[in-house]
Design a protein around this ligand. Structure first.
Ligand code: F6R
Length: 639
């Protein structure tokens, strides 16, 4: 806010703004800031939304189940008074279904305090019993209302004791000491207009620095319209924003500092830019996402330089195992990277789903390099796995797309992907950027350990540099794959086959279809078919095949051609993604979509793109919201 609309303080998934008084001649007011922030953050969770502001009459709140548009309707029907301080939230239900009642904010201290929350409070049942004994009543099923009740109770106790000063901050410090689990809490109290307090443990929160106003958000997109100056907070910290000040402490009141950073993208990067959906736009951002991630990685002598990788070279030389930790699409990026890293560096590389990792007693020590891949940098499963790996002595490099997020902060080093903000829930451009960054890491290790000569690395870098233009060619010629996707809108199931690096690509293609079109889709290693899955093939079953290049190793291509013949003989409709010039597949395919030629290991950066377009077209033809698929949230900050 600020400048043309006065001095304000507010907070956002969680969003807040705190600004100065009406006397400053405010324009929009905190509600507009908060609603704009919620619009930008809705991708993080979208089953209910709510806001609260402090007006002259005290705290006033509106909340509504369903998408943000329902809250907009509610505010039109029952407007809130003008205010300079507000908080807002979009929810992804954990405790209690997505109802009006369970939506945030939750009120306490007889309606004088409002609180919003991300995460899960693990000891909420015990706290609820304790507060109920003290006479408090609760109207929702949520753990959040218990946090609000606790904060209200602690605030009142301080007030009744005659305490002076910023009671809300002190009460929140005390409350955070009592809470277990993962949380970001934001609260306002009508006794302290112009103040928003927040506390975080294992859950994201960033501060936006304005002029005469300050902001809080689950990520910077919550306030990107108003400032690009942001502050990253540490673990277990409390922050109090007022129009002119940002004060940080730990849960015990000891002053602390955050780290200021500049957001290197602007609000336009988080807009649809003329596309029908964020997902479509982000698919089209991919040439840039790969190009930007490659930018500035070589010195004039042709050496690969990864400035951010601040791990002692002697440690990187002594690594005897790499473990990639990630979830979902990011884990598939890791699986692709495994082929390249093992080939280039000759270091055994495992890829493990983060949520499985620490429960299997993994063999990890000082000679293990962990690569944690996360678009958001906030995925709780991956964060916990990172912590576990570091406890075992491993060094952790994060590959991450989000500045100021937790996983890079808790890792030994970070390699940022420069894909720009990814808003659509289904990951697209981050996937390609993650593969690119992991390849850079692999090449860097190969250079450092002498597995590859400088000219060999330069050759791969030149091949990588050619990828953005090749992706663009696919995007410019996507009409047939789009039409095919739309034609398949009635399919009940689609299978995906791939081999070698095409295997994780097949799984990624299937995941896109599952999450966007809500149909059964599965990716298989083509060689595995005959060991069972071929039983699924019946007349008319669509099967998408990621065909290896004819120049791929050994007889990989011929083997996949055989697999295609086997399934066709059993009635499958085959859709083959092949390298241009590979006419050999035409005889065996109902549909062929060609991508430009590339070295085998780089092919996933191309073959994935038609699968994304296919899923987008199929889901759109079914009339589904591709940006916000049901039951999902962009940032999975609970375990
Ligand atoms: C699928 C998708 C998810 C994420 C996964 C990890 O399209 O987006 O599978 O890849 O939740 O998220 P990050 O990369 O943020 O850790």
């Amino acid at each position: 806010m600020g400048r043309d609309h006065g001095r304000e303080s507010s907070a956002f998934d969680a969003v807040a703004e705190a600004a100065g008084g009406e006397s400053a001649g405010a324009g929009h007011g905190a509600l507009d800031v908060v609603m704009e922030g919620l619009r930008r953050l809705e991708y993080r969770g979208y089953d209910s939304a709510g806001v609260a502001v402090i007006s002259e009459q005290g705290i006033e709140s509106r909340k509504k189940a369903g998408k943000l548009s329902n809250l907009v309707g509610e505010l039109a029907a029952d407007p809130l008074p003008r205010s300079m301080t507000g908080i807002g939230h979009t929810r992804w239900a954990t405790h209690g279904g997505p109802t009006d009642q369970n939506a945030h904010p939750h009120l306490a201290d007889e309606g004088r305090l409002a609180l919003i929350h991300n995460g899960i409070i693990e000891n909420y049942a015990e706290l609820k019993a304790e507060l109920t004994d003290q006479g408090l009543t609760f109207v929702s099923d949520t753990d959040t209302e218990v946090a609000a009740g606790l904060l209200g109770h602690l605030y009142r106790t301080l007030r009744d004791q005659g305490a002076e000063g910023d009671l809300l901050t002190r009460a929140l410090q005390q409350a955070c000491q009592r809470l277990e689990g993962a949380f970001t809490l934001l609260a306002i109290h009508e006794d302290q207009p112009g103040t928003v307090v927040a506390g975080r443990r294992n859950s994201p929160l960033v501060v936006g620095l304005g002029e005469g106003e300050n902001f809080l958000g689950s990520d910077v997109s919550g306030f990107i319209d108003f400032t690009r100056r942001a502050v990253e907070l540490g673990q277990d910290q409390i922050v109090t924003i007022t129009p002119d000040d940002v004060v940080i402490s730990d849960f015990y009141g000891t002053p602390a500092e955050g780290t200021e950073f500049h957001v290197d993208w602007d609000a336009a990067a988080a807009e649809k830019g003329g596309f029908a959906s964020f997902m479509e736009k982000e698919i089209h951002d991919q040439p840039d996402a790969v190009g930007q991630t490659l930018l500035g990685r070589s010195d004039t002598a042709g050496n690969l330089v990864l400035d951010e990788l601040r791990i002692d070279e002697s440690i990187l030389r002594s690594v005897d195992k790499i473990v990639v930790l990630a979830c979902g699409t990011s884990a598939y990026a890791g699986q692709v990277a495994k082929y390249a890293i093992e080939h280039w560096c000759r270091i055994p590389t495992e890829v493990e789903l983060s949520h499985e990792f620490r429960y299997r007693d993994p063999i990890v020590n000082e000679k293990t390099l962990v690569v944690a891949i996360s678009q958001s940098g906030e995925t709780m499963d991956t964060l916990m796995a990172v912590r576990y790996a570091r406890e075992q002595g491993a060094k952790v490099v994060a590959i991450c797309n989000t500045n100021g997020s937790t996983i890079p902060r808790e890792s030994d080093a970070v390699l940022y992907t420069h894909a720009g903000p990814e808003i659509a829930v289904a990951s697209t451009k981050a996937f390609l950027a993650q593969i690119t960054a992991a390849y850079l890491l692999g090449l860097y290790l190969a250079q450092l350990r002498g597995n590859k000569y400088r000219d060999e690395i330069a050759d791969v870098m030149a091949d990588l540099a050619a990828i953005p233009a090749k992706i663009q060619t696919i995007l410019d010629n996507a009409d047939t794959i789009k039409a095919l996707g739309a034609d398949m809108a009635n399919a009940k199931s689609v299978l995906f086959l791939g081999r070698h690096v095409g295997f994780p690509v097949a799984m990624e293609g299937a995941l896109k279809l599952k999450e966007l079109a809500y149909i059964h889709a599965e990716g298989f290693a083509a060689g595995e078919l005959k060991h069972g899955p071929i039983a699924l093939i019946e007349q008319g079953q669509p099967v998408v095949v990621v065909m290896p290049s004819q120049s791929a190793r050994d007889s990989l291509h011929a083997k996949v051609v055989s697999n295609v013949q086997e399934i066709r003989a059993r009635g499958a409709i085959t859709i083959v993604i092949a390298e241009e010039g590979d006419t050999s597949v035409e005889a065996y395919s109902e549909h062929v979509f060609y991508v430009p030629a590339s070295p085998t290991l780089l092919a996933p950066l191309l073959t994935t793109v038609p699968l994304q377009i296919f899923a987008l077209a199929l889901a759109s033809a079914k009339g589904y919201d591709v940006d916000q698929p049901r039951n999902l949230a962009k940032s999975v900050t609970v375990e």
